[in-house]
Design a protein around this ligand. Sequence first.
Ligand SMILES: Cc1ncc(COP(=O)(O)O)c(C=O)c1O
Length: 445
Amino acid sequence: MTKNMTIDSDATKLGRTGDSVISADTNSDSDCTAETPSAAKPISPKASPRGLVNEQLLGTSTQCVHSGEQRQKAEGSITAPIYAASTFTFDSTASLLRFVNGEEDREEYGRYGNPNEKSVEAKLAALEGAEEAILYSSGMAAIVGLLMAKLSSGDEIVFFDQCYHRSREFCAKHLSRFGVVTHQVPTGDFEALEAAITPRTKMLVSESPTNPHLTTIDLEKFAAVGKSNEVETLIDATLATPFNIKPIAYGVDYVLHSATKYLGGHNDLLAGVICGRREQLESVRSLRGVLGGVNSPHNLYLLERGLKTFALRMQRHNENGLAIAEFLENHPRVDRVYYPGLKSHPSHDSAAAQMRGYGGLITFTVKDADWEETSRIVDAAKIPRIAASLGGVESLIEQPLVMSYYHCTPEDRVRFGIADNMIRMSCGIEDTDDLIADLKQALQA
Ligand SMILES: Cc1ncc(COP(=O)(O)O)c(C=O)c1O
């Protein structure tokens, strides 16, 4: 057998197994209060051979704990063993032939998948209401993997301009070297979005909510623009998470998460995931096997462990986010608060119509403060730690000017809406009263 034969057959073998107890289904969100969008199309559930649980009856917490996992694990272990293996053995050439001929669904080599990855991917697919989830070693690896698989020289892509700056940088600086043209239009401006579409446009990209301005996109409209122009759509829903919104139910093609944030949830790992329809993701999974940006089994174990409490954590993130945003909005030293749960946020109505909760990220500006006075407030906060990132159990605080936009020109900072007196806080799961008391003393400092 030649090397090529192995690789080609492997590419066809990279689909999911029906090995999980609980399969993915869009109607599984039994405790979601947001209305089911009219555009929602049911996704055919993945086979669940053991058929132990009716997915439709499950809430998000139950999915977090059980979905995607084999019911009976090795040696009766309740948790998934860490399969610390770079390769998987065949007991005979006959067994290898069964595999390469597609008669046996199993692991072959760690870059193409391993059992820890399978169960975490199936859990994420269930949570997102997607047919398929593909894990990567970071959120950026996920977006790079998707765009590299989907775009070719001469293609065009249109971004809403508040998308994560590194995603836009990848397109503008790097995809451009391969002949892909990137257009950016103002976030939420659907007329500009339609106007930017040409016969060469292959993908529309947005974040919802955006970072750090927390702008929410009308997902039904976004997906409809894509469908009517026969262009695929991608939503980076890292800030929303599948607890608060499931973009696929609105007709969006691909959902991206930096699993480094709320999905992992403990500020202890990096990972990324792309969710969508199996057929559309075939080339993406195949390219991932070539690019190789995969997770170690140890990292996957951490992610699975984090996901078990994801729904519980999100409830607290949502509660803390709303309570702290309301506190800040009423504080005399605060000028403006960006939080989609506040009626004062320009996209509050769209957020309220689509989201179950609004997450833990809040951005605010300090009244009449320059950057130094603003940094004194950041330094005076005792509970949140000064760090990049968001979505973990520990609250984090930062001044975007100094953290992510320090090396930008003043003109670019104005363009990106980054003010000198701006603070971004990722509310963790600490007690609400403690966080509010701490911010109160920091604002008085
Ligand atoms: C909204 C959003 N998308 C994607 C990413 C990239 O994720 P990662 O840091 O896991 O590569 C980030 C990182 O901050 C992010 O905030």
